[in-house]
Design a protein around this ligand. Structure first.
Ligand SMILES: [Zn+2]
Length: 698
């Protein structure tokens, strides 16, 4: 390609004039000649000037080797304002979409953001005036680039409509008169023109990545990654013991140790022989986890990296209880034994589940879906008010994975294996939307019946069962706080209540309606836990136990915790002092240092030593600071005993309707459904009462 074989059409913005039908070319005024015309003429075969868009486009269709130069300000009257200019560029780009012509903008406007806007509007290049010869000589390259794209498609046989170099018919003359309109109308070629689709999609992808970047920049607060990957074998042993225990508590670990724990839990999965092909180095894993950890907001009392690690640890612990981990254990199992539901889980599913667990709340803003929806945030609009945060967490996680080359997992993006892996991760994260809780409990209940009734002859949809198992495990893990040893359970409850109350404070500040479970004045810690366990957690854990009986350890702990919360509720209100621990707890916590790390845990209870407590049923209080006592009094509604918690509070019901509601009005709200009583605890009727808080988000 040579510029002497190319033509240039200079299109100037239409001159504002009274509306008139103008079919007669003779009546057209010749457009003003730009001062740089001769420079262009010295390089190109032919240069034409027009202010008629239809003429320019008609010419381009007849002469493929043409550059379209949009002159934004070389006209007699005032130049277009910026907005109008960009709209005009955008309009021309759209109209010339089928013609594969590079559109170059020239203007004397040197504002960088204006130049970028022109490029974003679809211009191939931007020339800042005055037009210089050396720059003019390079303009044909834009044409070459554009033609190379279409050639590539020609070679693939997908774009027969596009012309090749042979179609060039250089015009030897130079003209500055209006181009004669042709009558060769273009008949909607765009539907068959893959080349243009290619360009359009390519452009879209570029814009898409900018959109993603803006989203991430808005919601994440990346602090520099610190810490190293060195872990002594002694430290590794200690941390391994912690992650292998149901007493795991991230509160006693610093940020770097939490990262080490994550790597330790991923190790048996990544070292599984059947995942050899993944080739994820430990360094890569450390980098990925390190960056992911900074994406979580440390400022959130609850939804921070510690919660993510806790959910991962619960998933890890559960899989060990289920006999899925370590993998070599499975290989040595007696093949004559009947298969279990968890046998459906393959190493790649476990990896997907773990990735989902550690990333399931990535970049959580510290407010819940309802807040984002009620305040009509762009994020809620983007995700149509449905699983807004969960969709966002999943998107964020995959962006970080991509950055660290983890999108090559299982064959890389585009392969079936990768799509299956991604499906498991996304499905698992979306399952953590608590507004869908009852649907999942029902699904798990049905799964239990289905799997119990299966015989050697019946076929199960393995993929669906597998996805549901992963959803069940991550859901249990996400609300596992209430099934942890009581001391940890209490700490988590305090942090969650604090986060909800912070949202309530913000809602008050913004003049928004405050949900009862976000209102400091109405929250009662014990009732929140009792209500949540009875009406939300118990049903889930019991149904999961129906599928996998090994989960009974969690149900037992849940029942025990429920009893303790009920005891504590009465003890608290009888004595005026909250107590936290009893005999079993001391055993559980024997090795715990009770150091609550400043990075994450803001618990109001600090335990001095195990020996200072006396056994149940007359537990000794903690050593509580005066300010803490004041806080506890204010938080635990000391002014009077709360109502007996027998049903879902009416106030909460007003906000969260049942998914099985009869009427179809207000259909959108059905996706926000939060927890009518489940698991056989359907109350006889709703009444006003204390509000339990964990219903909203985890
Ligand atoms: Zn969570």
């Amino acid at each position: 390609m040579d510029p002497s074989h190319c033509t240039v059409v200079i299109l100037q913005p239409p001159t504002p004039q009274p509306f008139m039908i103008d079919d007669d070319n003779d009546q057209k005024q010749a457009p003003p000649q730009p001062c740089y015309l001769s420079t262009l003429q010295s390089v190109f075969a032919q240069v034409s000037v027009t202010s008629h868009q239809t003429e320019a486009l008609a010419w381009i269709k007849e002469h493929p080797s043409t550059l379209l130069l949009l002159d934004l300000d070389d006209q007699e009257d005032d130049s277009l304002d910026c907005f109008a200019s960009i709209s005009w560029v955008s309009s021309i780009v759209q109209h010339a979409e089928d013609d594969n012509v590079p559109i170059i903008v020239c203007s004397s406007n040197g504002n960088p953001s204006f130049m970028l806007d022109c490029i974003h509007a679809g211009a191939a290049d931007y020339i800042l005036k005055p037009m210089r010869l050396d720059v003019v000589k390079t303009l044909f390259l834009a044409l070459h680039r554009r033609r190379s794209h279409s050639k590539m498609h020609d070679d693939q046989g997908s774009s027969p409509a596009l012309s090749s170099d042979n179609a060039i018919s250089p015009v030897a003359t130079t003209t500055d008169t209006p181009i004669t309109p042709t009558h060769n109308h273009h008949h909607h070629q765009q539907y068959n023109d893959d080349s243009n689709l290619h360009l359009r999609v390519k452009d879209l992808l570029e814009k898409d990545s900018r959109l993603t970047k803006v989203l991430l920049d808005t919601y994440t607060s990346m602090s520099p990654i610190t810490g190293d990957t060195y872990l002594s074998s002694d430290d590794a042993k200690q941390l391994q013991e912690k992650v292998d225990s149901w007493c795991f508590s991230p509160f006693e670990l610093n940020h770097q140790d939490l990262i080490h724990c994550v790597v330790l839990m991923f190790s048996p999965v990544l070292s599984c022989p059947s995942l050899d092909h993944l080739v994820i180095t430990q360094e890569q894993l450390y980098d990925f986890i390190g960056e992911l950890s900074t994406i979580y907001h440390d400022g959130n009392p609850y939804h921070n990296f510690a919660h993510a690690v806790d959910v991962l640890q619960c998933s890890y612990y559960t899989l060990r209880q289920l006999g899925v981990l370590p993998f070599d254990q499975q290989q040595h199992r007696d093949p004559s034994l009947p298969t279990k539901p968890q046998d459906l889980l393959r190493p790649i599913d476990v990896l997907a589940l773990f990735i989902a667990a550690i990333g399931h709340d990535a970049a959580h803003p510290g407010v819940n879906n309802l807040f984002l929806i009620n305040s009509a945030t762009p994020l809620a609009l983007l995700y149509n008010d449905r699983s807004v945060l969960e969709s966002f967490h999943s998107m964020t996680l995959f962006q970080i994975m991509k950055k660290h080359g983890l999108d090559q997992i299982s064959g890389g993006a585009g392969t079936l294996n990768y799509q299956e892996f991604r499906k498991t991760v996304v499905t698992s994260i979306l399952a953590t939307d608590m507004s869908l809780h009852n649907d999942y409990v029902t699904k798990i209940k049905e799964q239990a019946i289905r799997l119990q009734n299966r015989s050697a002859t019946t076929k199960v949809d393995e993929e669906q069962e597998r996805l549901l198992l992963c959803s069940a495990i991550i859901k249990c893990a996400d609300i596992s706080n209430v099934a942890r040893p009581f001391l940890h359970s209490t700490k988590w409850a305090e942090l969650l209540v604090e986060e909800f109350a912070c949202q309530g404070d913000l809602e008050k500040e913004l003049g928004m309606p405050v949900s009862p479970f976000n209102d400091r004045e109405k929250l009662v810690l014990e009732d929140s836990q009792i209500g949540f366990i009875r009406f939300v957690a118990m049903g889930l854990f019991q149904q999961v136990r129906e599928v996998m009986q090994e989960m009974s350890f969690a149900v037992d702990q849940l029942e025990s915790n429920l009893e303790r919360w009920e005891n504590r509720k009465h003890t608290t209100h009888d004595s005026g002092v909250s107590t936290l621990v009893d005999n079993d707890e001391q055993e559980n916590q024997q090795d715990s240092t009770s150091t609550v790390t400043a990075t994450k845990a803001k618990t109001m209870f600090d335990r001095e030593s195990d020996t200072s407590t006396s056994p149940a049923p007359a537990p000794s209080p903690y050593n509580i600071q005066p300010t803490t006592v004041e806080f506890i009094h204010s938080r635990l509604s000391m002014e009077g005993p709360p109502n007996e918690m027998t049903s879902m509070p009416t106030m909460a019901m007003k906000h969260y309707t049942s998914p099985t509601k009869i009427d179809d009005q207000d259909d959108d709200l059905s996706t926000l459904s939060h927890f009518p009583a489940s698991g056989g605890n359907q109350p006889p009727g709703w009444h006003d009462g204390p509000v339990y808080c964990q219903c909203t988000i985890q």
